[in-house]
Design a protein. Structure first.
Length: 194
């Protein structure tokens, strides 16, 4: 069965691209250009959902014949939203906050067609970091890995070694809850591999 629709991933994230490719999907890439700015007092789930919808609809309005997938990942620890670090000091601060604590990773996804959101959801995973030493944090920041990642770490890289436990989908922590996304894409007419 052929896809009835072109699938477009509205993201520049290499991790989302990798997860969709591993799932066997064929898709095109188009960055949304949407600026990620949190509204005052906006919670992690609401923020992630709003951003995912904004990214999906921004791209969908440029390619209305396609099914567009947008996503956003937000890390929250002790009520504080940890976005992508702006510099090395910011990354060190985030990792110090996460050290020895449990935090929540919310990845929201939205599917848009003809400039309108047709489906959206958010998936939560709880992640426990082991206690990190200052030298360990400094060495990790020096790798450059934290800088394009919410919460200043990547589960799929060196930062994965900081994790003591994950409750919930690991791929969600990477940036895309694949099972939930595939189910939603199937409902929207995207043919699945195999």
């Amino acid at each position: 069965m052929q896809n009835q629709f072109i699938l477009v991933l509205a993201s520049g994230s290499p991790r989302r691209r990798q997860l969709l490719t591993q799932a066997g999907l064929t898709f095109e890439l188009m960055e949304s250009g949407v600026e990620e700015v949190r509204a005052p007092r906006e919670g992690a789930r609401e923020y992630a959902l709003r951003m995912a919808r904004a990214k999906a609809t921004a791209v969908s309005s440029r390619v209305p014949s396609a099914i567009v997938l947008g996503a956003d990942t937000v890390v929250e620890c002790q009520g504080e939203i940890l976005e992508k670090p702006i510099d090395a000091d910011d990354a060190r601060g985030m990792l110090s906050i996460l050290s020895g604590r449990e935090h929540m990773v919310v990845t929201a996804f939205a599917i848009a067609r003809d400039g309108e959101t047709v489906e959206a959801d958010a998936v939560e995973s709880r992640v426990l970091f082991r206690t990190l030493g200052d030298r360990e944090i400094d060495d990790y920041v020096a790798t450059g890995e934290p800088f394009d990642k919410a919460g200043a770490y990547g589960i799929q890289g060196v930062g994965g070694g900081f994790i003591a436990r994950v409750d919930g989908p690991r791929d969600n922590v990477m940036g895309l809850p694949v099972r939930e996304v595939l189910d939603a894409l199937r409902r929207q007419g995207i043919a699945m591999p195999g």
